[in-house]
Design a protein around this ligand. Structure first.
Ligand code: SAH
Ligand code: DHB
Ligand code: MG
Length: 194
């Protein structure tokens, strides 16, 4: 899948295999039934999450770019998870309200789309989470740049605002773990909704 994505010109920004496996393990630990992913790309992490599901679970994954969404659907079908993963195309801030209207609630939410909107995604995640739900966010370290308070990089600032919103937030217990792997030095935020 990674090789065909490269050939299709998909940017190499999916989670690494070891991080995909970590998502899978965390979803299994949680026994998550309904999973929400914000940022599908070509469906690599969606498939890891789908693999964790028991009989009747489902992954809803949100993607802005219709070309990526189409390739994601192909990859998901090829992996045999077409009945377990629903790709929803559009800007996440415009498609999240649809999930709310459908009264869907989630046991695990993985935030991995545009970093500038991470704070909004946290607010939406808290709204759409079951009590005890796991919220995970990717790219919260970015080579340590997130610790630079003087940074004027909008991506870094987006993550900083997100982390500020988490500190002492009464709705969620959270931490961040730094990781080093084939994609360099970065990290996951992991939190449990109260
Ligand atoms: N989770 C994927 C990688 C996601 S990369 C994996 O690990 O396999 C980030 C994705 O977020 C990109 O595909 C990008 O198109 C998408 N994205 C960016 N802005 C978005 C938005 N406003 N709404 C939904 N998706 C968005
Ligand atoms: C990049 C990496 C990511 O994991 C992501 O979600 C978005 C962008 C990047 O390296 O540009
Ligand atoms: Mg990412």
């Amino acid at each position: 899948m990674q090789e065909s994505n490269r050939q299709a010109g998909i940017p190499d920004i999916n989670v690494s295999a070891t991080h995909g496996k970590l998502l899978y393990l965390l979803a299994k630990l949680k026994g998550a039934k309904n999973i929400l992913e914000i940022g599908t790309l070509a469906g690599y992490s969606s498939i890891w999450l789908a693999r964790s599901l028991s009989e009747n679970g489902k992954v809803y994954t949100l993607e802005y770019n219709p070309e990526y969404a189409k390739i994601a659907e192909q990859n998901i079908r090829q992996a045999g998870y077409q009945d377990k993963v629903e790709v929803i195309v559009g800007k996440a801030l415009e498609t999240l309200p649809i999930l709310e209207e459908k009264k869907l609630l989630f046991d695990l939410i993985f935030i991995d789309a545009d970093k500038q909107n991470y704070s909004h995604y946290l607010e939406w995640s808290l709204k759409l989470a079951n009590p005890g739900a796991l919220i995970i966010a990717d790219n919260v370290v970015r080579d340590g740049k997130v610790f630079d308070e003087t940074s004027d990089d909008v991506l870094v600032k987006g993550v900083q605002q997100f982390m500020d919103l988490l500190v002492n937030n009464p709705a969620i217990d959270s931490t961040a773990i730094q990781t080093v792997g084939v994609k360099g030095y970065d990290g996951f935020m992991i939190g449990i909704v109260k």
